[in-house]
Write a protein that binds this ligand. Sequence first.
Ligand code: TYD
Length: 136
Amino acid sequence: RIKACRLITLEQHNDERGSLSVVEPENAVGFTVRRVYYLHDLQAGTWRGGHAHRSLEQLIIAVHGSFRLTIDDGFRRTDHLLDRPGIGMYIGPMVWRDLSEFSPGAVCLVLASGHYDESDYHRDYDEFLRAGRSHP
Ligand code: TYD
C-alpha cells in the first residue's frame, strides 16, 4: 500500500433512472478543490502522467470507461484498474503516477487542491526519488 494514497468509495444515489455520484472532497478526502480537469479523447496506446507533485493533492476518478493507474511513492509501486465512477483514488504529495490502458471513450476526472503550477511538478523520476528519499 502506498501511504499517501487511498481508494475512496464515493457517495452514490442509485434508482431506476440510473446513478448519481457525489464528491465532497472536504469531507471525503480533506482538501478544498481549486481546479478540475479531465482527460478525454484519449488515443489508444497512450500514456499520461509521468510525474509527481511536490505538494498538490488530487482525486482521480474514471467517470467513464477504465484505465490503469500506477502509483509509486519511491519505495513501493502499486497498480490499480480504475473502472467505476463511484470510486476515486486520492493521491497525496510526492507520489509518482502513470496512467495507461485507456478503454475507448474513457474519461478521467481530476479534482485538484491547487491551481496549475509547473514548479510543483517532478517530471524527472530520478530527481523525484532523490527528493522523496531525503524528505520522507
Ligand atoms: P501534462 O502534465 O502532460 O498532463 P498529464 O498529467 O495528463 O500527463 O499536461 C499537458 C499539457 O497541459 C501541458 O502543456 C501542461 C498543460 N496543463 C495546463 O496548462 N493546466 C493544467 O491544469 C494541466 C493539468 C495541464
